[in-house]
Ligand binder design. Structure first.
Ligand code: ATP
Length: 330
């Protein structure tokens, strides 16, 4: 599993034995669903926005289920052109096409007796959807260039961030394949809807970095934590993880991670609308100054130039708004 640090293991909650971090009600529901499917043979469809942990859940189902001693094979359906994807999935025989100079084992054969994780299943072209359906129904494959099918025993976990039901309605995804894959659907909630999980995950990633780099314990300051809680996280847990790693680098050898160590965190604190004109203009000016400082990594000369004001004027305004340009230096 990705999270294997001592601290992370200690933090595991009793109703979550799966090494996934987070105990929000929405995630508890996910853990309940995982425990239901662990020992079944049902195909599983994992849905949810990018970075919500679909692959991690698939790995947990493998690691804690009865196929744990058998292979776990990952194939991303969006990363290859159609022809290549087909030969990766089903394999080919020597001489099947120009360049096929040896037999090539497909992913289904590689995953025999284990689990095949098909990521980005919504990107599977219609021709391959028909072939996949056949494999799932018959549990047999035929490598390209072979005349014979052979039996396999593979449990499929598919994942997508796309809305497959809508794709079915649009004729972009076969409904028969959809129903076969979605035998048991599990939806991963967006990070912004997981209550306290942002804080828990952030701390877990800090612990992970501290342990990896042999550093003292790292902590988030209260303001940094609040700002993270307010952020939308379009890239979900993956985005949080890389923000934390970047923040630790920026923080050098301080142990407290402050808000200015997250230079990409948009300031959602002060909406410009509402109040007296002067206040709105002030807030707008403050936001513009901060955005521009961020863009120019705290360089006052470049910020002043970009805003078309003298450096003296910039300094005056920064002072007036109590902004420290050092905070934005990367
Ligand atoms: N609950 C969690 N606890 C700990 N780490 C997590 C959790 N969820 C996600 N992560 C981490 O976040 C990153 C993204 O997770 P993952 O690759 O599983 O997302 P995904 O939904 O499959 O993304 P995509 O749709 O882009 O393929 C990984 O580094 C993973 O380890």
């Amino acid at each position: 599993m990705t999270i294997t640090t001592k601290k992370a293991a200690q933090r595991q909650e009793p109703d979550n034995p799966y090494a996934l971090i987070g105990g929000s009600p929405l995630m508890k529901q996910v853990y309940r669903l995982i425990s239901k499917v662990l020992h079944s043979e049902a195909n599983i469809l994992l849905t949810g926005e990018t970075g919500t942990g679909k692959e991690l859940v698939a790995r947990a189902i493998h690691e804690y289920g009865h196929r744990r001693t058998q292979p776990f094979v990952v194939q991303n359906c969006a990363s290859l052109p159609d022809g290549l994807l087909e030969s990766e999935l089903f394999g080919y025989k020597k001489g099947a096409f120009t360049g096929a100079d040896r037999n090539h084992q497909g992913m289904f054969d590689a995953a025999h007796n284990g689990i095949l994780f098909l990521d980005e299943i919504g990107d599977l072209p219609l021709t391959l959807q028909a072939k996949l359906l056949r494999v799932l129904q018959e549990q047999e494959v035929r490598p390209l260039g072979n005349t014979q099918y052979h039996k396999i025993n593979v449990r499929v976990i598919a994942a997508t961030h796309r809305n497959l039901e809508e794709m079915v309605a649009q004729g972009e995804f076969r409904s028969d394949l959809y129903y076969r894959l979605a035998h048991f659907p599990i939806e991963l909630p967006p990070l912004r809807e997981r209550d306290d999980d942002i804080r828990k995950l952030a701390q877990a990633f800090l612990d992970e970095v501290a342990e990896r780099d042999h550093r003292a314990e790292l902590r988030l300051s209260a303001t940094a934590e609040q700002a993270l809680q307010r952020y939308e996280f379009p890239g979900n847990v993956r985005e949080l993880k890389s923000m934390i790693e970047r923040a630790v680098l920026l923080a050098d050898d301080t142990d407290s991670i402050e808000i200015h160590h997250f230079p990409n965190l948009p300031l959602t604190v002060s909406p410009v609308h509402g109040g007296m004109l002067k206040d709105m203009v002030d807030r707008y000016e403050r936001q513009v100054l901060i955005d521009s400082l961020k863009k120019h990594r705290g360089n006052q000369k470049n910020t002043a130039m970009a805003l078309g004001v003298a450096r003296r004027t910039l300094l005056y305004k920064l002072n007036k708004h109590n902004i420290n340009s050092q905070e934005w230096r990367a």
